[in-house]
Design a protein around this ligand. Structure first.
Ligand code: COS
Length: 384
């Protein structure tokens, strides 16, 4: 572990205070304006949150997976939109550089990513390649000392703000599966890149996703991640193993928040002459929420400690993402139910949090993809 218990406690306390004192009061403004205020972005930078997973030698906080999860539990207590702004820079947009990047690539990009001055985006998903990521059709064709990239990427989080894209493209046209895929670090000002308009989503207002279109985009051969062709798919999968534990941590933080909203409402709202919290049917719902949130937290803590210890966590990471985000969905649904008709009104936070929570069961791999990964690993372990 890179931080002492004391420094980790200082960091998580600072993030807890920041989430509760600065982020919660700004949530409604973000919802209305579909934008995170610049003052908050500056505070996120100051706390070092863009560089949580980046080693200290490159200016990051150098947190272990366990430490990252503990910090994310705290930031996840606020609207997940805030976390999303620095999420790609700690997660899928940057992890490829940490996992496979050459020394030159690390030195060129990581220090600016760590400060939040360079935002990264992960360009894997395409219009016809979502869950089946290995079927992607974007091409990167070698021409002398360059590659020429063409294709369309979809649902690219933070692409409107990104300064660099980690782009997954097919370098071996005859190879239609995972083996022909390579990854590239493509700088935003490269000619041939168009970022489309923001997608209009059910929730997550303030977090922006869009199509990114590459048209004969020429990048130097040095943009090939890790300097090797054909390893891109595995790099993406390894990035997602880390990112899914991170996402499960976001879900844990949001479970805590939504449960607090439920307890507060249940103790304030009176029916039949007493607070509804005193009715056992409400207590049953609250208890189910607490038990599931506790289980999700324990899973994330165990899986992240295992990852830090070098134990393979492909199955555990998928279990965490699957369980924590599905539990979050059930918790959001119960807490909205506890609010009754008021839960359906925009003036209560649960209406927005319920919509935001819905995304977590979909992105960074749907629940069904997590089930598939878990079962595959089980069968592998059984030698089947
Ligand atoms: N770590 C390292 N290697 C991995 C890996 C991981 N987590 N997962 C797969 N691989 C390797 C496999 O071992 C295999 O290697 P070999 O060919 O050497 O045996 C190779 O990668 C291909 O793996 P696999 O056969 O499992 O690929 P599939 O095409 O069947 O797909 C799934 C795998 C479905 C798991 C993958 O496409 C996936 O995760 N899809 C969801 C994508 C996603 O999350 N999208 C959201 C984007 S972020 S918003």
């Amino acid at each position: 572990m890179s931080q002492t218990n004391e420094t980790l406690e200082q960091l998580t306390s600072a993030v807890r205070r920041f989430a509760r004192e600065e982020l919660l009061p700004a949530e409604q403004q973000v919802e209305e304006e579909d934008e995170i205020p610049a003052r908050i972005v500056a505070q996120l930078k100051e706390l070092g949150l863009f560089g949580m997973s980046i080693p200290e030698e490159f200016g990051g906080l150098g947190l272990s997976m366990y430490e990252e999860a503990k910090v994310v539990f705290e930031i996840g207590y606020a609207s997940p939109v805030f976390r999303s702004y620095f999420g790609t820079s700690n997660g899928v947009g940057t992890l490829g550089i940490l996992i496979e990047g050459t020394e030159e690539q690390r030195r060129r990009y990581l220090p600016r990513i760590a400060t939040g001055d360079l935002i990264t985006s992960f360009c894997l998903t395409e219009p016809e390649a979502g869950s089946d990521a290995a079927s992607l059709a974007t091409r990167a064709t070698r021409e002398g000392d360059f590659y020429v990239i063409s294709g369309t990427k979809r649902f690219t989080t933070n692409s409107p703000h990104a300064g660099i894209f980690t782009v997954y493209a097919r370098t071996e046209p005859k190879e239609t599966g995972p083996k022909g895929i390579s990854a590239f670090l493509v700088e935003r000002d490269t000619p041939g890149i168009t970022v489309g308009p923001h997608n209009k989503k059910m929730g997550f207002r303030g977090s922006h996703t869009a199509d990114v279109i590459f048209e004969n985009c020429r990048v130097p051969a040095s943009a090939l991640l890790g300097g090797r062709e054909g390893i891109g798919f595995k790099t993406a999968m390894k990035s997602l193993d880390h990112a899914r534990i991170h996402m499960a941590s976001v879900a844990v933080g949001l479970c805590d928040r939504i449960i607090d909203e439920g307890v507060r409402y249940a103790t304030e709202r009176r029916q039949f002459g007493k607070p509804i919290a005193q009715f056992q049917l409400i207590q049953g719902m609250l208890a189910d929420c607490a038990a599931e949130a506790f289980a999700a937290r324990a899973m994330v803590e165990k899986a992240s400690r295992d990852k830090d210890a070098g134990i393979p966590i492909i199955k555990e990471s998928a279990c965490c993402k699957y369980f924590a985000t599905e539990a979050l969905g059930r918790i959001a649904d119960r807490v909205l139910q506890i609010h009754g008709g008021y839960g359906y009104l925009k003036e209560y936070a649960i209406e927005r949090l319920y919509r935001d929570a819905r995304l977590l069961r979909i992105y960074e791999g749907t629940s069904q993809i997590q089930q598939l990964i878990i079962a595959r690993e089980m069968l592998k372990e059984a030698g089947a």
